[in-house]
Ligand binder design. Structure first.
Ligand code: NAD
Length: 366
């Protein structure tokens, strides 16, 4: 793990006895701008587990920001604690003070185990908080641009496989009908697609089925484990990570996997297994970047059109990745990572030219 620490610009351990705060902030790379990444709260078994998670996630954010063309670098924070029992307003204020001590090098917001309400407390100590509700200066529900970006990604995937963006008559299997999955499912119905859906929450399934019925759509609900073998053209994972693995890949009948879930591949080698089965994989951090694009846009006055325009670019980014993967015989994840490393390297070169100039305004945001 200590090898990985040397890949990072800065790692900050945060302890506050009064509030019980134990957290780690990792800044991986600020070539593209100040680090941006959510703050997870989880009852990690040890500091080592927390450190491993934050190092991995912050590096992932560097790539995600590069792919989404936002003026941020990669960072992440983890709070060690049980979200159900260990939260308090004081704890999140203390966390805000640590974020503030980084003087604009790190921006954060919600992630697993934390909510926008938690960060309203942090906002009292620092302005480096993004993604809160509109009444607190945020830009609102990020699942809207996330779902839209996934739809552009599905169209790009369709273009790559079938030479058309037309989704009518195609079959999609959707795992998870939450904030993002439901929006994608409704858009696919509007496009004339047929759906298999599943969710561990029966109410979410029932609500969706009655909505789909009123739209005259062809939708079949299946059991949780049946979604992998559904007779679909595209699998759209919108729930958990790690669902593309040794058990599920042999079950897939689809030609593509394109959905919003984070960390879909259990392991990087599963990208190659998909390729060997001729299943096109849309790298998750590219296709699900719509929410990040909206959050990053909070540096400026709200402008939904700008967010939508940048989200639309997911279509071309994915096509480039697909083409590079095909030309070079590498997986789409390898192609995506190469593309991001190139973006960062180019910016390093430009930064070395302009290093005599002042850093842009976000560096001194008050
Ligand atoms: P959500 O919590 O609103 O929805 C997730 C849904 O998945 C829930 O309805 C849940 O019941 C269901 N689910 C959980 N386990 C399941 C299982 N085993 N099988 C079937 N369904 C299951 O979350 P969301 O905001 O819609 O996000 C969905 C995914 O997309 C997550 O992986 C998230 O990390 C990722 N993502 C979300 C955003 C965003 O803007 N919300 C941005 C990027 C990535």
């Amino acid at each position: 793990m200590f090898d990985k620490i040397h890949e990072h610009e800065q790692v900050v351990f945060c302890n506050d006895d009064k509030t019980g705060l134990k957290a780690i902030i990792a800044i991986h790379d600020t070539t593209l701008g100040p680090a941006l990444g959510g703050c997870r709260m989880q009852p990690y078994k040890s500091w080592e587990d927390a450190l491993e998670d934050v190092l991995r996630l912050s590096k992932g954010m560097t790539y995600k920001c590069a792919a989404a063309d936002v003026d941020f670098g990669g960072g992440k924070a983890v709070i060690v604690g049980d979200p159900a029992t260990d939260k308090s307003p004081e704890l999140f204020r203390a966390f805000g003070q640590f974020v503030e001590s980084l003087n604009g090098r790190f921006y954060t917001g919600t992630d697993m185990g934390t909510t926008t309400e938690d960060f309203v407390h942090s906002l009292k100590e620092t302005n480096c908080i993004v993604g809160v509700e509109e009444e607190y200066g945020g830009h609102g529900d990020s699942s809207v641009p996330t779902a839209l970006g996934v739809m552009y990604g599905i169209q790009a995937t369709s273009q790559m496989i079938w030479g058309t963006e037309d989704l009518s008559g195609r079959n999609f299997s959707i795992q998870g009908l939450g904030k993002v999955g439901e929006k994608i499912a409704l858009r696919l119905i509007e496009e004339g697609a047929n759906l298999y859906v599943t969710d561990i929450n029966p109410q979410a399934v029932d609500a969706f089925l009655s909505r789909a019925k009123s739209m005259g759509a062809a939708v079949k609900a299946v059991e949780e484990h049946e979604i992998y073998s559904a007779d679909a053209d595209v699998f759209v994972p919108c729930a958990l990570g790690g669902i593309i693995n040794d058990d599920t890949i042999p079950q897939l009948k689809v030609k593509a996997v394109a959905g919003s879930a984070n960390n879909q591949l259990l392991d990087i080698r599963h990208g190659r297994m998909l390729m060997e089965r001729d299943i096109l994989y849309a790298p998750d951090y590219i296709i699900n970047a719509g929410g990040l694009i909206q959050v990053a846009d909070e540096l400026y006055e709200p402008n939904k059109d700008r967010v939508l325009r940048k989200t639309r670019a997911i279509y071309n980014s994915l096509l480039k990745v697909y083409q590079q993967s095909r030309e070079e015989g590498i997986t789409t994840v390898e192609a995506a990572n190469n593309y991001c490393e190139q973006v960062i390297q180019n910016r390093r070169y430009q930064n070395s030219f302009f290093s005599h100039m002042k850093r842009p305004k976000w560096a001194v945001r008050t």
